[in-house]
Design a binder for this molecule. Structure first.
Ligand code: 5GP
Length: 201
């Protein structure tokens, strides 16, 4: 069943890779079709069935850097050796129309967005709507097992993601809420409850 979002919410979701964030985002978007999903730009290559313009806008380093120089990104960061960025237009246009927005970004990007939001005047729509959630894993060994099972990355890439996960988890206290994905259905129930509580004011 699809639910309405009563007041707009600017939801930022962050997680170490393999924490199940993509699945939670799929569930959230299915239940709350009002969310406008911000399609990020990245310089990494497409994986599996990923479609350009849907999963990401896949760019060359040169094209990405041009957008940086033109000030087109709300935030951008290097994650696992590749550049990622949220286009200002992906947030500002839907926000102006009073839509709810969903961003899937890393801890560094979330910190940049938080900083921008903190400078907004008290009572601004952006400030009222902003809500950042860290999706956590129960422990690192479980994450290792999940990444191996997912079989999308080479062993050295998995080790790099695990090292990054440690750094990301160290910053989870910066978020408004933490949802531990120990069980998908339980974690989703908690996340949707947080979203509903925020949108219901
Ligand atoms: P993946 O390559 O596995 O799709 O994503 C790797 C990481 O990059 C994830 O943690 C994801 O949240 C993050 N990411 C995706 N898009 C953006 C973005 O626009 N900005 C930032 N800062 N991180 C992003």
């Amino acid at each position: 069943m699809s639910e309405d979002l009563i007041s707009p919410i600017f939801l930022v979701l962050t997680a170490p890779s393999g924490a199940g964030k993509s699945t939670l985002i799929r569930m959230l978007r299915a239940e709350f079709p009002a969310f406008v999903y911000s399609v990020s730009c990245t310089t990494r290559a497409p994986r599996g069935q990923e479609v350009d313009g849907v999963a990401y806008h896949f760019l060359t380093d040169e094209a990405f850097n041009e957008k940086v120089a033109a000030g087109m990104f709300l935030e951008h960061a290097v994650v696992h050796g590749h550049q990622y960025g949220t286009l200002r237009s992906a947030v500002e246009e839907p926000m102006r129309k009073g839509c709810s927005i969903l961003l899937d970004i890393d801890v560094a990007g979330a910190a940049q967005v938080r900083e921008i939001v903190s400078k907004e005047p008290e009572g601004s729509l952006l400030k009222q709507a902003f809500y950042d959630v860290f999706i956590d894993i129960p422990d690192l060994e479980e994450l290792r097992a999940r990444l191996i099972k997912r079989a999308e990355d080479r062993p050295e890439v998995i080790e790099k993601r695990l090292a990054n996960a440690q750094g990301e988890r160290a910053r989870r206290g910066e978020f408004s809420a933490i949802v531990v994905n120990d069980d998908l259905d339980r974690a989703y129930a908690e996340l949707r409850e947080l979203v509903l509580r925020k949108t219901n004011g």
